[in-house]
Design a protein around this ligand. Structure first.
Ligand code: NAD
Length: 261
């Protein structure tokens, strides 16, 4: 495949937050972007066309937790654009925090259906088309919670951990077909989804475990992983949190001592 030619990119959850920033970034880079989102009203607002380059952002209603819909939407996209080169799985929801012993079947299943099942359905369909061109870049947005857990969110943590296992296996199976599969595990990123828990203004100077990023920070990394030149990066989980995952119990005490020296 030629280098740096326009790619067909599907971004699930592209109507808001991280997916929105990713869609805009890939569009700026000249790619054809198809936002697949349940919130079609918000997705439509992002539609645009670069008249000179001829690439667009278009929107498509999709509930990623519906296997049949994913199959038919991806088939239509393949037919219309002649390929699916990049898939970014960013669709996501959350439920109110409750401890494990109070978590309902409904809340657990709802989150697993969107995050884990949705990512699986989209990866399965997209990879079947990527195989035909022997090229593909799959980037899954997991979470730091999928590695370290998150109080009150055992459903979310389990689904995000599942995405990591799914991605590792897919990375092994698909690499020799020119397809890479990588995972981004962000910490706090300021979006509508996280606003209930990240309502305070916390910048890069705050305690490491409290650092909050912006959606564009994730979009830059997606753009890097989506490049043809990144072909050797495969099966990686990148924690994107300013090193916050390194923070532990004693750090608060010692960081204050170091700052006072
Ligand atoms: P967001 O709420 O801003 O965007 C999520 C998008 O997903 C929305 O447009 C929503 O309509 C769409 N969506 C929800 N359910 C869907 C479904 N069934 N089918 C299709 N689309 C659906 O959230 P965000 O913060 O941008 O989150 C994006 C991803 O990043 C999620 O997977 C989230 O778990 C993950 N993440 C977010 C943070 C954070 O701090 N914001 C941290 C780690 C991981």
């Amino acid at each position: 495949m030629e280098k740096n030619i326009r790619k067909v990119a599907i971004v699930t959850g592209g109507a808001s937050g991280i997916g929105k920033a990713v869609s805009l970034k890939l569009f700026e880079e000249g790619h054809q972007v198809i936002i697949c989102d349940k919130n079609i009203k918000a997705a439509r607002l992002l539609e645009k066309r670069d008249i000179q380059e001829g690439n667009e952002i278009v929107s498509q209603y999709l509930d990623v937790s519906n296997s049949k819909s994913v199959k038919s939407v991806f088939k239509d996209i393949f037919k219309k654009y002649g390929g699916i080169d990049i898939l970014v799985n960013s669709a996501g929801i959350t439920t109110p925090p409750t401890p494990l012993f109070k978590k309902s079947d409904k809340d657990f299943k709802k989150v697993v259906d969107v995050h884990l099942m949705g990512t699986f359905y989209c990866m399965r369909e997209a990879s079947s088309y990527m195989l035909r061109k022997r090229f593909g870049r799959i980037i899954n947005i997991s979470s730091r919670a999928g590695i370290f857990g998150l109080y009150g969110k055992c459903n979310y943590s389990a689904a995000k951990a599942g995405i990591i296992g799914l991605s590792h296996t897919a990375a092994k199976e698909l690499f020799h077909h020119g397809i890479t599969v990588n995972v981004i595990a962000p910490g706090g990123i300021r979006t509508p989804l996280s606003s209930p828990i990240l309502n305070k203004k916390i910048g890069r100077r705050s305690r490491l475990d409290l650092v909050v990023g912006e959606p564009i920070d994730v979009a830059h990394l997606v753009s890097f992983l989506a490049k043809e030149e990144s072909y050797l990066i495969n099966g990686i989980v990148i924690i994107l949190d300013g090193g916050g995952y390194l923070w532990h119990g004693m750090d608060e005490k010692f960081s204050n001592i170091i700052k006072s020296i």
